[in-house]
Design a binder for this molecule. Structure first.
Ligand code: GLA
Length: 356
């Protein structure tokens, strides 16, 4: 467990990055392998600690989030974006509130984990302390309670544990992170399909249930080898399992290729990942497929695939510098951090301004 949240009052600001997943989708919830990176777009929460409510205004939202520190179930909070703030408050139970603002450079709701970035920045601004994994687990629970979607750990952990210049090979069962340097001569480009991720919540939960059903037949998917899914009679469950088992293997091969600078193998793994998400896991859409096909055909593009949960959202491409002019060129970036801390409590008569 992390240390209890600090009760120091005063001015605070916290930044949390979004993430893009290079490969390894729909593997985290079965304890598999993922390879995301924190990106240089993110969310800043800044304000004044104190009081018994969290009051945050965002330029992106018409209504502020107003959350009392003794909030019950976060899922009913209004407006909807306040649920993520409420989820963090319900999990963290900070001793003091916060009044301030939320500013983001992330496109909201496009699959770059804007909600994870919001949760992590809110948690840090409210005084959450402890290692990146503990903070990520708290924010994962907040997300699950806020959205009702049984998400895995990837988004929050990429945001808290990001490393400059590196993608993160994460074993979601052992919770071990291995940094993988991104070669200097490749660019990561994210292109928004423009398609809203309408089904993402309900279909995500359905896929997760299907994976559990497959595991009840052949055991933990993270321990299976390609081909083990043949023991599953139901064709659609067999396909779901084949995706997860194959994707875990592809993450390993992609990470090794990246470390060796072998972009042909890395790109092929991305193409295979997209095909598997489309055909076996059934989370792609014709719009995403067409975008992946168009980007992959460009000279200098090593590979492209849908990234995140699917059902719309973004495509990620790995390319030679300058090969793609559209989308966002994102850099692997450090994880979440406080950018302004409240002054520690000072003895009475001391210089501290914000101490209780
Ligand atoms: C969403 C979830 C993650 C992960 C991805 C798919 O982003 O929040 O936990 O499962 O989908 O890889």
């Amino acid at each position: 467990m992390g240390a209890p949240p600090s009760d120091t009052e005063g001015t605070v600001a916290a930044f949390a990055p979004g993430r893009v997943n290079l490969i390894g989708d729909h593997t985290d919830h079965t304890g598999g392998l993922v390879l995301p990176m924190a990106i240089d777009l993110g969310t800043t929460v800044a304000g004044q600690r104190g009081g018994d409510r969290v009051v945050l205004r965002s330029a992106e939202e018409a209504e502020p989030a107003v959350v009392s520190l003794d909030i019950g179930e976060p899922a009913g909070a209004e407006p909807p974006w306040a649920r993520y703030v409420a989820g963090v408050v319900a999990e963290l139970r900070p001793p003091v509130g916060l009044t301030g603002t939320v500013a983001t450079t992330l496109p909201v709701g496009s699959g770059l984990s804007s909600s994870a970035a919001l949760e992590v920045a809110v948690a840090l601004a409210l005084g959450a302390e402890g290692p990146p994994l503990v903070l990520a687990e708290l924010c994962q629970r907040a997300e699950q309670r806020a959205s009702g979607v049984p998400c895995g750990i990837m988004d929050q952990l990429a945001s808290t544990a990001g490393i400059d210049g590196h993608a993160l090979l994460i074993d979601c069962h052992a919770r071990i992170i291995e940094p993988v340097p991104l070669p200097d001569d490749v660019e990561v480009v994210v292109v928004d399909s423009g398609e809203a991720r309408a089904l993402a919540g309900s279909a995500y939960a359905e896929r997760r249930t299907e994976c559990e059903a497959a595991e009840a037949i052949i055991g933990p998917l993270r321990c299976c080898r390609p081909g083990d899914e043949r023991g599953i009679a139901d064709i659609s469950l067999r396909r779901r399992a084949r995706h997860v088992i194959g994707e875990n293997a592809r993450v390993r091969s992609f990470a090794a290729a990246l470390a060796a600078g072998d972009m042909t193998t890395a790109g092929a793994a991305m193409a295979a990942s997209h095909g598997s998400l489309r055909d076996d896991f059934a989370v792609s859409t014709p719009t995403l497929d067409a975008l992946v096909e168009r980007l992959s055909a460009r000279p200098g593009v090593h590979g492209a695939r849908l990234t995140g949960a699917g059902f719309g959202g973004c495509v990620v491409a790995l390319a030679s510098p300058g090969a793609l002019t559209e989308g966002w060129r994102v850099r692997p970036s450090p994880g979440a951090r406080l950018v302004a801390s409240p002054a520690p409590s000072a003895p009475s008569g001391g210089a501290g301004t914000g101490a209780r």
